[in-house]
Design a binder for this molecule. Structure first.
Ligand code: KG4
Ligand code: ZN
Length: 350
C-alpha cells in the first residue's frame, strides 16, 4: 500500500495533516499539526438517520457521506484557519469499514491530494483509534498492551514499537460494541446502544443477573460475546412473555458488568504476561465509564498505568486518522494513487 511519492514537503516540524474518516456513519474531517495539535475536528454524525432502522444502513450511509464530505472538509479547513494549499498530507481511512462509505472519503482524499500536489496516506481505521491516545497522552510509549473495542472490533494487541501490532486475541463472533447495540435494540433502546446501556446501568444492580462471561477463564486471549447476547435476549423474552415489567436498569448493569469483566480480565492477563507498565484503551466502547474505572483500579494494583482518549476521540473521528497519518508521513510513507477501499482490512496488513 505504501510507497514513496516524492520528498517530504515539510521536514518534521509544523506539518499539517488533513484527516478524513468515512468508514461507517460519521462523516469526519480534521486538521492536526505535528500529530498532536488538533486545529479542527469536524464530525457530522448520521446517527439520527440510522436510528430509525436500529442500526447503520450501508446505502444510506454512502449517500449521506457524498452530500456531507466536501462541506465537512471545507469546515475543517476553515476552523483550522488554513487554506487547502497549506496542507502537507491527506490521511484517509481506507479500511476496515463499509465499502461504499469508505470509497467516498477515499475518492475525496485522492482528488484533493492530486489537485493540491500533496501526499496521500491511507490509514487503517483501527490504527487510527489507537493513535487517538497519542494525540492526548504524549508520554505514552511502547511496549504496551492495547484493547481496541468498537462496534465492529474487539482486538487485544501487544505493541512493542510504534506501528507494529501483535494481535494476541480478537472476538470470535460479535464485537463488544455490537453486543451492547444488539441487546439495547431488543430492550427497545436507541441506537447506538452502548451509551444508552451505560446511562441506565448507573441505577441498576450489576449482580442482579448472572450473565455468561464467554471464554473468560479459557486459555486464550480471544473473546466471544454471542453467548451473552443469546442469554440476554432469552432473559428479556422470558420476562416479556410473563407480562412482567422489564428490570431495564438491572439488565443494563448486569450486561455491562459481564462485558467489562471479560475485557478487563483478558487485558490484565495480557499486560502481566507481557510485563508491560502501560495499557491503552481505544475505540467507541473505550468511552464506557465502568470499563475505564475497572481497568484503572485493577491495573493500579499492579503498578500498571491505563490511558484512554477523551470521549469525543474514542468514537469515530478524523483527528485520530490525521494523527496516525502524521507518523507515517514523517517516516516517508506514501500511498499510491490506486489505493482502494479494503472493507476487511486487518491491522498490520498493507
Ligand atoms: O469506534 P466507534 O465509534 O465505531 C466503530 O468503529 O465501530 O464505536 C461505536 C461503538 C458502538 O457499538 C457504541 O455502542 C459503542 O461504541 N459505545 C459505547 C459507549 N459509547 C459508544 N459502548 C459502551 N459504553 C459507551 N459509553
Ligand atoms: Zn471506529
Amino acid at each position: 500500500m505504501l510507497e514513496q511519492q516524492g520528498a517530504l514537503r515539510t521536514a518534521g516540524s509544523g506539518a499539517l495533516v488533513l484527516g478524513i474518516e468515512t468508514s461507517c456513519d460519521e462523516t469526519a474531517a480534521a486538521v492536526v499539526r505535528d500529530g498532536r495539535d488538533i486545529l479542527s475536528n469536524v464530525i457530522a454524525s448520521q446517527v439520527d438517520l440510522h436510528r430509525h432502522y436500529g442500526g447503520v444502513v450501508p446505502e444510506i450511509a454512502s449517500r449521506k457521506h457524498i452530500e456531507l464530505i466536501m462541506p465537512v472538509i471545507d469546515l475543517a479547513l476553515k476552523e483550522a484557519g488554513i487554506g487547502p494549499e497549506e496542507v502537507d498530507a491527506i490521511a484517509v481511512t481506507y479500511g476496515p469499514g463499509l465499502v461504499g462509505a469508505l470509497l467516498v472519503g477515499l475518492s475525496a482524499a485522492k482528488a484533493m491530494a492530486l489537485a493540491l500536489g500533496c501526499s496521500l496516506i491511507g490509514i487503517n481505521h483501527i490504527e487510527g483509534h489507537i493513535y487517538a491516545n497519542f494525540l492526548e497522552h504524549r508520554q505514552v510509549e511502547p511496549p504496551l498492551v492495547c484493547l481496541t473495542v468498537s462496534g465492529g472490533h474487539t482486538d487485544l494487541l501487544y505493541i512493542d514499537e510504534y506501528g507494529h501490532y501483535d494481535i494476541l486475541g480478537r472476538t470470535r463472533d460479535d464485537a463488544a460494541g455490537e453486543a451492547f447495540d444488539k441487546i439495547a435494540r431488543v430492550l427497545g433502546l436507541n441506537y447506538p446502544g452502548g451509551p444508552e446501556i451505560a446511562r441506565l446501568a448507573v441505577d441498576g444492580d450489576p449482580e442482579a443477573i448472572d450473565f455468561p462471561r464467554g471464554l473468560m477463564d479459557a486459555d486464550t486471549y480471544d473473546f466471544s460475546f454471542s453467548g451473552l447476547k443469546t442469554a440476554a435476549i432469552n432473559y428479556i423474552h422470558t420476562i416479556k412473555q410473563r407480562g412482567a415489567d422489564l428490570p431495564v436498569a438491572d439488565i443494563a448493569a448486569s450486561l455491562q458488568a459481564a462485558i467489562v469483566d471479560v475485557l478487563t480480565s483478558k487485558t490484565m492477563t495480557a499486560a502481566q504476561a507481557y510485563g508491560v507498565k502501560t495499557v491503552l484503551l481505544s475505540g467507541g466502547v473505550a468511552a464506557n465509564d465502568s470499563l475505564r474505572r475497572h481497568l484503572r483500579e485493577l491495573a493500579g494494583m499492579h503498578g500498571i498505568k491505563v490511558y484512554y482518549p477523551t470521549r469525543v476521540l474514542c468514537t469515530d473521528n478524523a483527528a485520530m486518522i490525521a494523527c496516525a497519518g502524521y507518523y507515517r508521513y514523517r517516516r516517508g510513507e506514501r500511498s499510491p494513487w490506486d489505493l482502494n477501499a479494503v472493507p476487511n482490512l486487518r491491522l498490520g496488513e498493507v
